[in-house]
Design a protein around this ligand. Structure first.
Ligand SMILES: Cc1cc2nc3c(=O)[nH]c(=O)nc-3n(C[C@H](O)[C@H](O)[C@H](O)COP(=O)(O)O)c2cc1C
Length: 272
């Protein structure tokens, strides 16, 4: 039996949880293939018996770039493929997975397990959004760790466990998320680098949208940004500003040990 894990992670939270799913499956002697959607893997060449999808929650909805990716790349299978979806998020609210479920159904993938994991806030460019307290982060991390094995047991047995939001809330949540996803990129022009920039180009190299161009050694921000916060966190000199204001970096690794101490996690803020 082979499972495919596909994920998107802006600043590493989702990747850490995806790694945890992977190692739990490996312990169960299940073959696992795991890719970030940024790797642009050709899914037509990959055979799998079940799918796990991981992504961060943006604007109280599954990040839309993941939905677009699945729409464009997921193959329609002859036999139904059991699918587990998880999102990582800052807050405690449940997630509306119904849009994702409909999309998966069109590709003959059956969403049987869907869950949100409150984890840590990586969105701190606006003053109203505060970083998650280290103790809370620790508690969230422990909760995630505890849930993964039971969830996989349910999933592999073919049982159903899906989180739900209230039906009347769904169109509203979707509209807000769609509007924010469409409007936010224009605000990316407010990003800039200050004079402490060392011109290393890491921000441009790591941007999942290739939204940053190095012009005469300086990063220039265009308008197709995801607002994933990776540029801020991958900058070695914390030189990136929003609206000319210093941005707080999301330094998860300085506060905690990773869920799983893997060598690949060392570069987590420096790429996929
Ligand atoms: C643009 C943006 C929007 C976000 N919106 C929400 C949200 O609506 N609700 C929430 O709980 N967390 C929200 N977050 C926080 C992220 O979902 C959370 O930090 C997530 O774990 C980040 O995952 P990553 O490190 O894999 O990118 C948002 C983060 C960003 C950058």
């Amino acid at each position: 039996m082979t499972g495919l894990i596909l994920y998107f992670s802006g600043t590493g939270n989702t990747k850490r949880v995806a790694n945890e799913f992977k190692s739990c499956l490996l312990k169960k002697k299940v073959n696992v293939l795991m890719y970030s959607i940024e790797e642009h893997i050709n899914l037509t060449n990959i055979g799998y018996d079940f799918l796990i999808i991981g992504f961060p929650k943006y604007y109280e909805y599954p990040i839309m770039c993941m939905l677009d990716y699945l729409k464009q790349n997921l193959q329609k299978y002859d036999k139904p493929i059991p699918t587990l979806a998880f999102c990582t998020q800052a807050g405690p609210l449940q997630t509306d997975f119904t849009g994702l479920e409909k999309l998966l159904k069109k590709k003959n993938h059956r969403l049987t397990v869907a869950i949100s994991f409150p984890y840590a806030n990586n969105m701190m460019i606006f003053r109203a959004f505060k970083p998650t307290e280290p103790a809370k982060l620790m508690e969230n991390q422990e909760n995630i760790r505890k849930q993964i094995e039971p969830l996989l047991n349910i999933f592999l047995k073919g049982e159903i466990s899906k989180e739900h939001t209230k039906v009347w809330q769904r169109p509203f949540i979707y509209l807000v998320a769609a509007a924010c996803t469409k409007l936010m990129p224009a605000f990316a022009m407010r990003f800039s680098a200050d004079q402490s920039c060392t011109h290393c180009g890491l921000c441009a190299e790591n941007c999942p949208m290739k939204n940053i161009k190095m012009v005469h050694g300086n990063p220039v921000f265009e308008n197709h940004c995801l607002f994933c916060m990776r540029c801020i966190n991958s900058c070695p000199s914390n030189s990136i500003r929003y609206n000319k204001r210093k941005c707080r970096q999301y330094k998860w690794k300085q506060t905690l040990q990773p869920i799983e101490n893997k060598p690949s996690d060392v570069s987590e803020h420096k790429g996929k």
